[in-house]
Write a protein that binds this ligand. Structure first.
Ligand SMILES: Cc1cc2nc3c(=O)[nH]c(=O)nc-3n(C[C@H](O)[C@H](O)[C@H](O)COP(=O)(O)OP(=O)(O)OC[C@H]3O[C@@H](n4cnc5c(N)ncnc54)[C@H](O)[C@@H]3O)c2cc1C
Length: 379
């Protein structure tokens, strides 16, 4: 059974590391980087240059999975072909697609051209270098940062940057740069319960972050953004760096006549995470549109991507052994949002569907624990 696994993110790497060598199984993992990126920690890399990658090859020891660093150009699931950027065309018996998502700029004028993103290591490096330049003592331009989107990524980024600015300002005797968090919706972090949300909001205010909720980002230029309030008032905010974290969409790389796509271009999958109408193609992580027990889309998170990957790895082994597939049953074990340094807020799941709210240092430890669990699961 010739199996291709595309992408070594949370989903694809979980598949590969769940596999075991079998004579009838030939598996190849294809990823554009030689390393796995802990995407959930990119805000730390952006602020502190923390190491957030891990070489892939050693993680595949004992799995029977081969690794090739290559970029996928297109996937045609009617022809059962994967085309690589170097022109090679690969065929498969079973395919796993876990190529993640890209930033959605919603066609806001100038945004794609002038805003940085936070989706890969090079984005984090760009932000880190800007902060360093601002504190170099020779920088003459606008020092302020505008972050669009007050979801998990935006909030984790602004708090980490504010913390870094505090440290650098003390060290170098320069004033901190201003941080503007722009959000079209009425509140930051809508995924959290109100009490936790308010706690997070207070932390942001204590850092001196300017929270502009109810402000729609209308356009961006080289050094500014234009925002508009619900009653139509427009303001221009100058910025040395604009960062957009306001939306994602599934990577648009798979073509198939019978493919069904849902919100954000995610590919609809069946109970075994196979693209509907294509029983040999598993689509997992941010690219897949899996439904939970209530028929609602499973969130695009690392937690769910990892669960889907582990199940798919197991199911590939079942297929190779001629056994039945196991259906996908998503669970959300908790959600934690880091708020810079050792601060975080979030909740963990308790028996009988109860939620335990946790804030402060303990929440930070819980967030770290989920990262350690991920690290241990791929070893
Ligand atoms: C800053 C930030 C913080 C986040 N925090 C959290 C959090 O706290 N908790 C949480 O659960 N989720 C969090 N998320 C979301 C989470 O990171 C994503 O949901 C998760 O990464 C999705 O996993 P995936 O495997 O689908 O995609 P990815 O992890 O993005 O992996 C896709 C892989 O495919 C590779 N690839 C892409 N295109 C190609 C190509 N053409 N050829 C070859 N390889 C390719 C990429 O290099 C990448 O390795 C956060 C995201 C960000 C950006």
């Amino acid at each position: 059974m010739k199996t291709l696994i595309l992408g070594a993110g949370y989903a694809g790497l979980a598949v590969a590391t769940k596999m075991k060598p079998l004579p009838e199984l030939e598996a190849l993992l294809i990823e554009q980087n030689a390393f796995h990126t802990f995407e959930t920690r990119l805000h730390e890399a952006a602020a502190h240059n923390t190491r957030v990658t891990l070489p892939i090859q050693p993680l595949l020891r004992g799995t029977g999975v081969e690794f090739e660093q290559a970029s996928v150009e297109g996937v045609d699931i009617d022809a059962r072909e994967v085309t690589l950027k170097d022109g090679r065309v690969l065929t498969y018996d079973k395919l796993v697609v876990g190529l993640g998502s890209v930033t959605n700029f919603y066609r806001i004028p100038g945004l794609a051209e002038h805003a940085a993103e936070l989706k890969q290591l090079s984005d984090a490096d760009e932000i880190f270098n800007f902060v360093n330049r601002v504190y170099s003592g020779e920088y003459q331009g606008n020092r302020d940062i505008v972050v669009g989107g007050a979801g998990l990524t935006g909030v984790e980024l602004v708090t980490e940057l504010a913390q870094r600015a505090e440290v650098l300002s003390k060290e170098r005797g320069l004033p901190p740069f201003q941080i503007y968090l722009v959000e079209a919706g009425p509140k930051i972090l809508p995924i959290l319960d109100e009490a936790l949300r308010q706690k997070a909001e207070k932390t942001l205010r204590d850092y001196g972050i300017h929270i502009l909720v109810g402000h729609r980002l209308m356009g961006a230029t080289e050094g500014s953004v234009t925002v508009q309030t619900a009653d139509g008032e427009q303001k221009v905010i100058g910025a040395g760096k604009i960062i957009w974290t306001g939306g994602i969409q599934a990577r648009d790389i798979v073509k198939g006549e019978r493919l069904e796509k849902g919100p954000g271009g995610r590919i609809a999958v069946d109970e075994f995470l196979r693209a509907k109408g294509y029983p040999d193609v598993f689509v997992i992580g941010d690219m897949g549109l899996a439904l939970n027990q209530d028929g609602k889309p499973v969130p695009t998170t690392a937690q769910h991507a990892g669960q889907q990957g582990r199940l798919t790895g197991k199911n590939l082994m079942h297929l190779a052994r001629g056994q039945e597939l196991e259906p996908y049953e998503p669970t959300t074990l908790g959600e934690f949002v880091s708020l810079g340094g050792l601060m975080a807020v979030g909740w963990m799941k308790l028996p009988w569907n109860q939620k335990l709210a946790i804030t402060g240092g303990l929440a930070h430890v819980m967030k770290k624990a989920s990262e350690w669990r991920w690290r241990a699961s791929i070893d």
